[in-house]
Design a protein around this ligand. Structure first.
Ligand SMILES: Nc1ncnc2c1ncn2[C@@H]1O[C@H](COP(=O)(O)OP(=O)(O)OP(=O)(O)O)[C@@H](O)[C@H]1O
Length: 413
């Protein structure tokens, strides 16, 4: 063979629109009365001019919010949907785990389905028969091999479909959300298989909402949003961007924050933002990294020693972190009317991954409640991280296991 191989999959300017009828002609009378009435359609643009390549041996993640076009992309790759424009080029045999039941006949038992599917996916009938035992054992469905698929639970179907997919020696595997449907034991099996596929340098395209899986397995990831390719890059970075998109703040939350605003107006918190350890503004904080909160404040009247504060509330409305200049010496000083300042809090981020609401305030010192301005839950920040202990914070810790007694070799009668 001469020259280098083309990519395993090339997606070139792919667009796909679904047309869903909004009005139907129901009765014969209506048809006779309005023979030329046209049915109107709603159009959903599921993919808009999407392009990316997947190299041979690459493990690619496709991420995005619900309805962003991920499954449509996979179905176009497998030829289940025809693209409206652009093209998809596949170099190698492709096997897919796409939608439950696709490619299976519910009226046939598992055994026949495995044999038919295996041959459809490129095995010779003899090879499909030879591999049947391995397929059914991996799926842990030996006792149900003669049961018709219509009597299978969805969990059993998932196990069977996944098992077929990994047993047909395809060079390119396309996997849609398999981790979301199985139980914990099956998930672990999928993970083990992903490690094996990685080690074998197979090409895998994985759609998932599990960012820790993306980070663990994928060399690269693409982020889809409303049918557009928003990002194509290193999986960790793309995973973080997905979290940021997913935890975006709603307009309702912003309106509620305006209502909660309090203060006598002698100071105004203009804006607030977060910075990463390089001092660059960010809306995503990485776990266990230094970062800073900053707020720009304008004083409308001359003010002496105001107290600046900020706090973070988690999704359950528990304040998990607060910082204030209340007990700081020397105190903050005197500010002229019209002066603007930046209040900054630097901290090591040990907050558990998730979204936090930000409250900032400026108050008169000593009085406790004399607020100049308080903006409650007026912005939010996402902490990214894939390993969470389940606590509110991820404090640094060390573990130790000590032997305190030697194992007894005596056999008790
Ligand atoms: N067969 C179809 N007919 C009409 N609209 C469709 C069809 N399939 C998908 N869509 C629409 O296309 C858009 C993208 O859907 P798609 O299933 O690809 O999203 P997704 O990113 O896989 O979402 P999820 O994470 O929920 O699985 C959605 O607006 C969806 O309603």
């Amino acid at each position: 063979m001469s020259g280098s191989r083309p990519p395993a999959v090339t997606v070139d300017g792919v667009s796909k629109t679904f047309r869903v009828p909004t009005e139907r002609v129901h009765t014969l009378k209506e048809t006779v009365l309005h023979p030329f009435r046209r049915t109107s359609h709603d159009e959903f643009v599921a993919l808009r001019d999407v392009s990316f390549d997947v190299a041979h041996g690459e493990f690619l993640g496709i991420v995005g919010r619900n309805g962003s076009g991920k499954s449509t992309m996979l179905k176009c790759m497998c030829g289940i949907y025809r693209v409206d424009s652009g093209g998809i080029y596949v170099d190698g045999r492709l096997s897919a785990f796409i939608e439950l039941g696709v490619g299976f006949n519910p009226d046939l038992p598992a055994r026949d389905n495995v044999l038919i599917n295996g041959t459809m996916l490129g095995l010779s009938p003899r090879e499909a028969r030879r591999r049947f035992d391995s397929v059914i054992d991996f799926a842990e469905l030996r006792e149900f091999e003669h049961l018709k698929l219509k009597n299978y639970s969805s969990g059993m179907m998932v196990r069977l479909a996944f098992s077929v997919m990994i047993h047909v020696d395809a060079e390119i595997l396309v996997v849609d959300e398999v981790l979301a449907v199985g139980d914990a034991a099956f998930q672990q099996k999928c993970f083990d298989e992903f490690y094996r596929l990685r080690d074998e340098n197979r090409t895998v395209i994985l759609v998932t909402h599990d960012m820790s899986a993306v980070e663990r397995f994928c060399d690269r990831a693409v982020l889809l949003d409303k049918g557009n390719l928003l990002r194509d890059g290193e999986s960790r970075r793309v995973g973080m961007e997905y979290l940021e998109l997913n935890f975006g703040r709603s307009e309702a939350a912003a309106a509620e924050a305006d209502e909660l605003r309090a203060g006598d107006g002698s100071a105004e918190i203009l804006t607030a933002w977060f910075e990463d350890e390089q001092g660059v503004e960010t809306s995503l904080l990485e776990l266990k990294r230094p970062c800073a909160f900053a707020a720009r404040v304008r004083f409308a009247a001359e003010t002496t020693d105001p107290v600046f504060g900020f706090s973070l509330d988690n999704g359950d409305h528990h304040t998990v972190f607060g910082a204030t200049t209340q007990w700081q010496e020397p105190s903050t000083g005197r500010f002229a009317a019209g002066e603007e300042v930046i209040f900054r809090v630097r901290f090591e981020n040990v907050l558990a991954p998730g979204r936090y609401d930000v409250t900032a305030s400026v108050a008169q010192r000593g009085s406790g409640t004399a607020l100049l301005d308080r903006r409650e839950r007026f912005s939010s920040i996402v902490v990214s991280g894939t390993h969470s202990s389940g606590g509110l914070v991820e404090l640094p810790y060390e573990t130790a296991v000590e032997h305190v007694s030697a194992a007894s070799t005596e056999v008790t009668p």
